[in-house]
Design a protein around this ligand. Structure first.
Ligand SMILES: [Cu+2]
Length: 66
C-alpha cells in the first residue's frame, strides 16, 4: 500500500487520469483518490518508482509519500 500526495488533482477527470496511469503499470492495482487531501492510495504489487513515474508522465507531479 502506497500513499502519495498529488497536488495537481482537482476534479474527477484528474482522478480518472491518475487511476488510468497507475493501472497502465499494474492493471490490477486498486486506486483510491481523496481529492480533498490530494492523496492517492495505491494497493499494488508494482514498485513505487514506476507508479510515480506513470503518474508524473500523465501530468501530475508526485510529492513524496503523504
Ligand atoms: Cu481535473
Amino acid at each position: 500500500m502506497y500513499q502519495l500526495r498529488v497536488e495537481e488533482m482537482s476534479c474527477g477527470h484528474c482522478v480518472s487520469a491518475v487511476t488510468r496511469a497507475v493501472q497502465s503499470v499494474d492493471a490490477t492495482a486498486k486506486v483510491e483518490v481523496d481529492l480533498a487531501s490530494k492523496t492517492v492510495r495505491i494497493d499494488s504489487a508494482a514498485g513505487l518508482a514506476p507508479l510515480k513515474a506513470a503518474i508524473a508522465d500523465a501530468g501530475f507531479p508526485v510529492a513524496d509519500p503523504a
